[in-house]
Ligand binder design. Structure first.
Ligand SMILES: Nc1ncnc2c1ncn2[C@@H]1O[C@H](COP(=O)(O)OP(=O)(O)OP(=O)(O)O)[C@@H](O)[C@H]1O
Ligand SMILES: [Mg+2]
Length: 265
């Protein structure tokens, strides 16, 4: 589950100025096991919102709760284990260039301490699902854009995360592959994973109907939300953060040594 309580993000200004507000005043609740589309024009804030959900950034205003952890109160050391419960498909894939497709996909399982003998079958099966079983030994640079995107999707889902955030996961796929990928993600959702997918494709949204969050200029302009009963059950009505409470604004994104550790195995 994901809860945003008047949350926002201002990117720091390298020159030391005010910095750019990318998201402001977001308030919504995604129940456990829900499936949500995220739409909005280029620059609206979709990637920023997904990075907050995957705990790669902390909000500079308000509170965010992800899988039961409140980000403003979480210790830095609590973030890497939390991130391991979240699968992410990045807009720019972020495959490790010196690892082949198999090892890129195996990475989350190895980080989780899975034995080599037990992870091989899972990695092979998911590579087969995305149609890349025969390319397991290829390095990312030897793969097409769409093939790299499918490796990134396989890596995000292989450890069966509790939350999956995917940023334009079908942007480089042909319609058949896009639908196949969505079938995989909806199947994961059926098995219990909370799924959030940013997309520019209205065709895909129409083909897989689910609540849609629409961002415009960093604000949530519409959210045909989840069943109110379902939301009630998980207590959507939280009190807003105490007035004047200010969170740590420093984003611990790429600079986070923990995350580097994770990425580099
Ligand atoms: N690292 C950064 N530092 C400063 N500003 C940023 C940074 N990343 C994004 N922004 C700004 O934040 C706003 C939201 O960007 P974001 O990448 O979240 O948009 P998006 O909806 O994902 O767009 P697209 O559809 O093009 O991927 C934009 O105005 C962008 O210029
Ligand atoms: Mg984006």
């Amino acid at each position: 589950m994901v809860r945003f309580s008047d949350a926002g993000l201002r990117y720091p200004d390298p020159a030391g100025g005010e910095g750019q507000v990318a998201l402001h005043g977001l308030r919504f609740f995604l129940p456990p096991g829900s499936f949500t589309w995220l739409t909005g024009a280029s620059g609206a804030g979709k990637t920023t919102l997904l990075r907050l959900m995957q705990c790669a950034l902390r909000p500079s205003e308000g509170e965010i709760e992800v899988l039961g952890v409140r980000l403003s109160r979480a210790r830095r050391s609590a973030l890497p284990p939390l991130r391991r419960r979240i699968g992410a498909v990045f807009q720019d894939y972020r495959l490790l260039p010196y690892l082949n497709a198999f090892d890129n996909v195996a990475l989350p399982l190895r980080l989780a301490g899975r034995l080599e003998s037990s992870l091989r079958a899972d990695v092979t099966e998911i590579l087969r699902w995305v149609g890349l079983a025969s390319r397991a030994d290829a390095l990312p640079q030897q793969l097409s854009g769409g093939e790299q995107q499918r490796v990134a999707i396989a890596r995000a889902v292989v450890a069966r995360p509790e939350l999956l955030v995917a940023d334009e996961p079908t942007g480089n796929l042909d319609p058949r592959q896009a639908h196949r990928t969505l079938a995989l993600l909806t199947e994961m959702n059926r098995l219990g994973t909370t799924v959030v997918i940013a997309t520019h494709s209205q065709e895909l949204v129409d083909a897989f109907p689910a609540p849609v969050m629409r961002l415009s200029h960093g604000r949530l302009v519409s959210f045909e939300g989840h069943d109110p009963g379902e939301v009630e059950a998980y207590g959507a009505e939280t009190s807003p953060p105490a007035p004047g409470s200010k969170n740590e604004t420093e984003p611990d994104d790429e600079a986070d040594p923990d995350e580097e550790d994770e990425r580099n195995g």
